[in-house]
Design a protein around this ligand. Structure first.
Ligand code: ADP
Ligand code: ZN
Length: 749
């Protein structure tokens, strides 16, 4: 009897209906409300919660569709019907959440041991804000003639070309299609040339044309494209790894699968690891398919988001490119998900709800019976193993397109041939840059560290300037005249005297960040036109577009940047890449340090020589005989990955086993340590189950909390979630202590 009344989404009683609603709050499951009329699952509703009113979603029992061992525990509190509060209203201005999206929300929560409401919050970011909205207003052309005296400038004409007399477009759509600024559109509105109308859902937009401008593929490319197109044609879940060296034309090739999916009338989602890459990608897509795709990421304005959200939900918007959160869009008929640069660790969401965008893309596609394409020049170990074991198909592009050669890679031994003290660019690298400038070619200097210097030291007393809230040094950002912690939001003004001993002029910067490299390059090459690209200085896609434009037009001699420069850029005149500190990622000794360094350096190397001129890569390193450097020099990624695999396999490290990190934190160190020990005592045991730790985390103090880590490692056949749930559910937490679980951890800090 009790079982029967557990959260049926709509259970009729004499006084109305019991309706379960998932709200964006960290509860273990949906809450029950009361309504006069039944409401179908997926309907967005406004409900009272405490003294607030929030937007939630009518929930059905998604649990039954999830494997038993992944099901979240059932919340067994049942509130008497008479005590239930009424749903305020059903929101009709946005479509309901489709069933596969609700199922996905439940799956992501169960897999990551997150509260389903917090996962729902990602999917609700738009509709929650849009609840109770006014209708969307758009613009049409007035039937009257253009007023005499109004000058029709070329940009005004472009606007008039895209606006029709009957189908209203929002100003966002007009700007996007015409390329005109909002000021131009505003001008036409003020002049009475455009007239306001309510946008109806049917407003049709031009659709991408699969046959707009297809490339002529090489034989090898065509073969790879066939494999991908086959996958889409099956109209069933399948995964293909598209592996190809940098510049081999992977994008052109997977565009063929996109075209096939469009021909089928289904939707396509393309995930990129960084939003700054969307501008260049969008350009390419538009050239190939004739219209722009929808873009989805956190920087979008509320209005654009709402439009895209609704257009995706009713199937009008056929192609979306975006960050991992686009997995939570309400696709009407998704047929293909592409994960570009699938090896990138940025796909892992590290805060709030933890999930891996690549892995969840596969789950999402499986739920809708769609195809997945994972794209990389240096696939992750997880993906390679899946391909080798036949779970994924494999399409391979071995050569660069159009006869372009892969760059030559050379090593500069910093022990032998390094620069003078206090400098970071070796003489050989500098000479090579000089030669490139003389030849009118571009060079790139890569250093994966923002700011001026990672450490400021007092020469008098040895004091190091630290973050007051983290066990980390403060990084000097000279250009912004401040010191910043790279692990929390703490910043402070630059200091002049040593805060410890008070000595004057005794503070010295130790080590380089990109700002310091820029200073050195500017001093060494006073004539050079230098452009910096770092994630903290180029924050918007527009700023990035501007930088890309400058480089492409040849207005730049030397590009200096952090990992944003390593991404999929295509700069044909760039022929030299200098890696300032190739060893940087190897420290710390976490599971994937070598793999990740290899992938990053391979990718940055791949920026060189993409046009007709050959490229050269110079790696500045103190550890030239390290397997990563050797693999890069020999351009032998496969052997390197085999060695890595051989190290992981015997002790079932991922992907040969499963891993979860348990992070115990508390405001006091003793408290955190005691709790970690207490947890370790009750750790699960058994064949194929192992717990490592506790040990102080490498970031032992973060945001004022002391942290200890444990790792749970199991054989592949043993699911982690039930073990973790049994292990951690009874642990008493007091005085601000907390346990965070990270399934498939990427960061070991
Ligand atoms: P990858 O993603 O593998 O690094 P891209 O898809 O960016 O490679 O291709 C590299 C360059 O070669 C791009 O400028 C692309 O337009 C061009 N290219 C690749 N294949 C073709 C083709 N079949 N026809 C014309 N251009 C191509
Ligand atoms: Zn800090």
């Amino acid at each position: 009897m009790a079982k029967e009344s557990l959260s049926p989404h709509s259970k009729r009683t004499a006084q109305g209906h019991r309706i379960s609603v998932l709200v964006p709050r960290p509860f273990s499951g949906p809450l029950d409300y009361r309504a006069v009329e039944p409401l179908p699952p997926g309907t967005l509703v406004r409900v009272p919660l405490g003294r607030q009113e929030i937007v939630g979603c009518v929930w059905d029992d998604q649990r039954s569709k999830i494997p038993v061992d992944l099901r979240p525990p059932q919340d067994s509190r049942i509130v008497a019907f008479e005590k239930l509060r009424f749903i305020k209203e059903a929101i009709t201005s946005v479509p309901p959440l489709p069933e596969d999206l609700r199922q996905f929300v439940e799956w992501v929560a169960a897999y990551g041991l997150s509260a389903p409401g917090m996962v729902l919050a990602i999917a609700l970011r738009v509709p929650a804000a849009a609840g109770g909205v006014k209708p969307t207003l758009g613009w049409v052309r007035c039937a009257r003639a253009v007023p005499a005296g109004l000058r029709i400038t070329p940009s005004r004409q472009k606007v008039l070309d895209v606006v029709s007399e009957d189908t209203p477009l929002t100003s966002f759509m007009i700007a996007e299609r015409s390329g005109a600024s909002t000021a131009v559109i505003r001008g036409l509105i003020n002049a009475g040339v455009l007239e306001e109308r309510v946008v109806t859902v049917q407003a049709s937009s031009p659709q991408p044309d699969p046959d707009y401008a297809p490339p002529s593929l090489s034989t090898i490319q065509a073969e790879a494209a066939d494999v991908l197109v086959e996958g889409v044609k099956e109209r069933a879940f399948n995964v293909t790894l598209l592996e190809g060296v940098t510049g081999s034309g992977k994008t052109e090739v997977y565009f063929e699968a996109v075209a096939e999916c469009l021909r089928q009338g289904r939707q396509v989602l393309v995930l990129l690891p960084e939003i700054v890459l969307t501008a260049q990608w969008t350009e390419r897509f538009t050239r190939r398919f004739g219209v722009r795709p929808a873009v989805w990421h956190s920087e979008l304005g509320q209005k654009a988001r709402r439009e895209t959200w609704c257009a995706v939900a009713d199937g009008r918007q056929r192609v979306v490119v975006g960050a991992r959160s686009s997995l939570f869009l309400p696709f009407a008929n998704l047929g293909l998900v592409v994960v570009d640069e699938e090896h990138e660790s940025t796909y892992k969401q590290e805060e709030g709800v933890l999930y891996h965008g690549r892995d969840m893309a596969i789950v999402r596609a499986r739920m809708v019976g769609g195809a997945v394409i994972l794209v990389s020049a240096t696939p992750s170990m997880e993906t390679l193993v899946n391909a080798q074991q036949g779970r994924y198909r494999h399409a391979l592009l071995e050569d660069r397109h159009g006869g372009a050669r892969l760059p030559d890679i050379s090593l500069i031994d910093m022990k032998q041939s390094g620069p003078e003290r206090g400098l970071f660019l070796s003489p050989l690298l500098c000479e090579t840059i000089e030669a490139r400038m003389a030849a009118g070619e571009q060079s790139m200097l890569f250093l994966n560290r923002r700011g001026y210097a990672p450490l400021t030291l007092c020469r008098a007393c040895g004091h190091r300037i630290q973050c007051p809230h983290c066990s980390a040094w403060l990084v000097e950002h000279r250009a912004r005249r401040m010191m910043a912690c790279h692990h929390c939001e703490y910043t402070q003004p630059l200091v002049v005297n040593c805060p410890s001993c008070g000595a004057e002029d005794s503070l010295v910067p130790v080590g380089p960040g990109v700002e310091r490299i820029r200073e050195e390059a500017q001093a060494r090459f006073p004539q050079a036109r230098i452009l910096s690209m770092a994630s903290d200085t180029l924050t918007s896609p527009a700023a990035m577009e501007d930088a890309v434009q400058k480089i492409s037009s040849g207005a730049v001699d030397i590009i200096i940047g952090t990992q944003v420069v390593a991404k999929g850029w295509h700069f044909p005149e760039l022929t030299l890449v200098g890696v300032v500190d190739a060893d940087l990622g190897l420290g710390g000794g976490d599971l994937r340090a070598a793999e990740r360094t290899m992938q990053l350096l391979h990718q940055v190397a791949g920026r060189a020589g993409r046009g007709s001129k050959p490229g050269l890569v110079m790696l500045q390193s103190y550890v030239g005989d390290h397997p990563v450097m050797q693999a890069l020099l020999a351009n032998d990624f496969i052997t390197f990955m085999e060695q890595e695999a051989a190290q992981r396999r015997p002790s079932f490290w991922p992907p040969y086993g499963r891993l979860a990190a348990v992070i115990v934190s508390a405001p006091k160190e003793r408290q955190a340590e005691a709790l970690a020990r207490q947890i370790a005592v009750r750790a699960p045991m058994g064949d194929g189950v192992q717990v490592l730790g506790p040990a102080p985390a490498p970031l032992a103090l973060l945001r004022g909390r002391y942290r200890f880590r444990l790792l749970l490692r199991t054989r592949r056949a043993i699911a982690l979630q039930p073990l973790l749930r049994r292990w951690l559910s009874g642990v008493p937490l007091k005085d601000g202590a907390k346990i965070d679980v990270d399934i498939d951890p990427i960061s070991f800090m």
